[in-house]
Design a protein around this ligand. Sequence first.
Ligand SMILES: [Zn+2]
Length: 267
Amino acid sequence: MIDFIFVFTIGLFIGSFINCVSCRIFLEEDFVLKNSHCPNCNHKLSAMDLVPVFSFLLLKGKCRYCKEKISWQYPLAEIATGLIFVLIYSHLGFNLLEYFSGYQVWNLIYLWIAFSLLIIAFIYDAKHYIIPDKVTFLGIVISSVWIIFSLYNNSITPEMGVGYVYSAFFSSLFFFSIWLFSRGRAMGFGDVKLVFFLGLLLGYPNMLVALFFAFTVGAGIGLIMISSGGKKMKSQVPFGPFLIAGALFALMCGSQAIDWYWSLGVR
Ligand SMILES: [Zn+2]
């Protein structure tokens, strides 16, 4: 239990960093050297203002200096990152106090980094309808290095290695076709690049689970939004967040989802 709290806390702080990075990519600010400041009044923030979730609660969601409202995005992203870190940790069957093998620890760190990048892409796409190339390309590089490392380490078979590359390539080709034939209306080009990263991350057949999840949930939510009149048929609903939620679902329950599908007797 203590390790879950520890992992959740790491996630909260990474989530706070993720918030900072996703704002600064947009403002094209340096995100390592510069101090944190309020986006409204530019006042420099002290350590007391930067404690994940707690600062938000203590300050009642307002800037200490100018009283401008702080977006709910900040605490929500922090909690989500904490939860996702715990999910990945428990998915790998970890128990920090007992179990330590070199490869598994690297696998944990790899998945944490990959999903941190995906959380940035999620926030960014939901807010600005675009997925930053920096994030996708970094993800593609890290995943490629991980696949080569896993092959070298004999942790995956060459067939599995090929499966990752095929998943990336064919998902990207599929999204590229949608992008091309809809002239960029049904799908942005950012999604074409994002699914390449997701293919390398999930491999086959988990990538299919992620895509199935994204299209089903995306269509469902799209219909709800249109029927409730909140969104017009023409207005954009970014697809990246659905793909990223699908990736998390596929990582957590991909094999169960596939077993369930076969058990339906659809052949
Ligand atoms: Zn302020």
